[in-house]
Design a binder for this molecule. Sequence first.
Ligand code: SF4
Ligand code: SF4
Ligand code: F3S
Length: 363
Amino acid sequence: MDEPETLGSVLKRRGFSRRSLLKFAIAMTSSLALPPSIAPLMAANLARAKRRSVIWLSFQECTGCLETLLRSSSPTIDSLIFDFISLDYQESLMAAAGTAAERTLREAVAANKGEYLLAIDGSIPTKDGGVYSLTGGRSNFDMLMEFAADAKAVLAIGTCAAYGGIPKAHPNPTGAVGVEDLVTNKPIVNIPGCPPVPEVLSGVLVHFVSFGNLPELDDRKRPLAYFGTTIHDQCYRRPFYDQGKFAKSFDDEGARQGWCLFELGCKGPVTHNACASLKWNSGTSFPIESGHGCIGCSEPDFWDKGSFYTSLAGGSSTGWRNAGIAAAVGVAGGAAAALSARRKPGSESAERDPDKPDLDKQP
Ligand code: SF4
Ligand code: SF4
Ligand code: F3S
């Protein structure tokens, strides 16, 4: 069998210079909140890196996560990075079907035992023997437990895979749960969002390909570089928040002036995600820039925490209540910084993964 190509040779063949790779590494170290001095090492590692196997299983999901990730591709080195991982199994993308697909999966697992990344989108139904979502007659639960056992790490892509998401919404008829509720003996990276920001997955993969380990995670197993701040921390409407200028309806003068959407229910102050900095569609926009408040889609149980249009300050008995009280204080005192609520490893309520990845040591 031929030796797999290195990324360096792939890039060279496609006309990319070492300088382009270094520029890419500089951008990625910045995106991953790594010291700039790491960039040359990342570039050198990427040039030497070989394809890493990724096996992607889709469970109780809507395909939105995959759709958004496909639309992230651009004709740059980012897309080459995606070319460079070996996506050995993904039911919606692969040509093979039926027994041929199942054979492909088994062969990929056997060839990369202990080394592949297992990517999951969708929640896992646990009621009634997991009968509500089957692939080839096997429950999602059985497949997750079997293929996680030989994985190097598991990526839970999207709020469904991370926390159960919309399938878990009350009354949760299928007993949906997230990956971390079932897999307890493997490093897990949660990349929540409904759907998640595609560049976050790119960042995690680049880190893994470059250094052979995972980026630093927070107490909810999310990449800290992307989830360490709230939407509110990075929001371009924040100056209006600090000045107490709030739109009262979606078509009033304040809305037209781009004032803060807090009173229209924006959950940005309590939502951790990278939308406000990375944005969507190649950096074009994000929900708040389109005139709608953040609905908190990357937070656990966002669907059940109350109306998307109820202000955090008037949170009544919603699941956002505690955060809402804090937010109200922030509004009254203009002390929005109090809402930052960064979740770093070791922070107060941190429930650190007892199986803290041994492969996530920082380079
Ligand atoms: Fe669909 Fe959202 Fe679940 Fe992704 S997280 S599968 S986009 S419902
Ligand atoms: Fe932006 Fe929402 Fe915060 Fe206002 S409340 S500054 S719209 S994130
Ligand atoms: Fe979701 Fe809020 Fe971003 S709704 S897409 S986390 S701005």
